[in-house]
Design a binder for this molecule. Structure first.
Ligand SMILES: [Zn+2]
Length: 315
């Protein structure tokens, strides 16, 4: 299973809830009048009391409602299809949005008794899922050490307001051009599973990408490598730390690429990240054209694996 998925960022108010899940306990807030509440808050929505305490509960409850999602809610969840999205009513009465595990879609029904499953993600996050009371599914999904989290260098801080640059202000746009690169994006793992999926999608299933055994014996790299085109499209999963926001346009057109190079391979299982610089800004007939050089590197490698001079047209 791939771990290239969004993970929660605990806030000061919600931190005890997430810490509880890490300890494999469901902890809820209860006010001094006895009302249970969820999601975590500073006051009771029933009586307004601010006298709240965190208490451990069993986590037992029942399916309040559910949806079997056959189209991924985010591209990152394509390996979990169908997604068994549910609202679980805990016995304390609170409702929790979650996903069900260890159950076939046709077995789910409203009122189904469920118990918690603590899904330890690599790193610091544990997610709360549920499985039927009588399921044999383990109560804990252990973090897969081989699949690292994406969050190590992800920009976790709340998004700040970025300096705005009007696309019609050519001087201001040209001031963005720089020889220096941005900070790094988040990291994602290029797993053999992703490579196999891309091989199937693109039709390029050459053994150098898809046959780990033969690659070990015969490939100069000693292992399978990702398709350059795959690494290039994975840029969409890398959140580049933008330092500005372009405004004042009606439309942005992705005009393609001035240069696309694959200088070094990405071996299967490696983690990648990216950075960028604005390489050029010019006025063209239909608007302002900006060339952004995006470099994707294997984490720790000096030489990039992909160089993409992306051309965007602000109209
Ligand atoms: Zn209350």
């Amino acid at each position: 299973m791939s771990w290239n998925k969004p993970l929660p960022h605990p806030t000061e108010i919600s931190a005890p809830y997430w810490a509880g899940l890490q300890a494999h306990e469901v902890r809820l807030q209860q006010c001094d009048q006895g009302h249970w509440l969820f999601f975590p808050r500073t006051h009771c929505p029933t009586c307004g009391s601010r006298q709240l305490a965190w208490r451990k509960v069993s986590g037992a409850g029942e399916v309040y409602t559910y949806t079997v999602a056959r189209v991924p809610t985010l591209p990152e969840f394509t390996d979990e299809m169908p997604q068994l999205l549910a609202v679980v009513a805990l016995d304390e009465g609170v409702h929790i949005n979650t996903t069900l595990v260890g159950v076939a879609p046709e077995q789910i029904r409203v009122g189904l008794r469920v118990r918690p499953v603590f899904d330890d993600r690599p790193g610091s996050a544990t997610l709360l899922r549920f499985t039927p009371q009588d399921s044999v599914h383990p109560g804990v999904i252990a973090a897969d050490a081989a699949a690292q989290p994406q969050q190590s260098t992800a920009p976790a801080a709340p998004r700040q307001t970025l300096p705005q640059v009007d696309c019609k202000n050519l001087d201001a746009m040209r001031a963005l051009v720089s020889d220096g690169y941005s900070d790094w994006s988040n990291e994602i793992a290029v797993t053999q599973e992703l490579i196999d999926q891309f091989a199937q999608l693109s039709g390029d299933d050459y053994w150098i990408h898809t046959d780990p055994e033969r690659a070990r014996r015969e490939s100069p790299f000693g292992t399978t490598i990702a398709h350059g085109a795959l690494v290039q499209v994975l840029i969409s999963r890398l959140q580049l730390p933008m330092e500005f926001e372009v405004t004042g346009y009606h439309n942005i057109v992705n005009y393609g690429s001035d240069r696309l190079r694959f200088p070094t391979p990405v071996p299967a299982g490696c983690r990648i990240h990216a950075r960028y610089r604005i390489k050029a800004v010019e006025q063209v007939k239909s608007g302002t054209q900006m060339t952004m050089e995006i470099n994707v590197h294997v984490v720790g490698q000096d030489r990039p694996s992909v160089i993409n001079d992306l051309v965007m047209l602000y109209m």
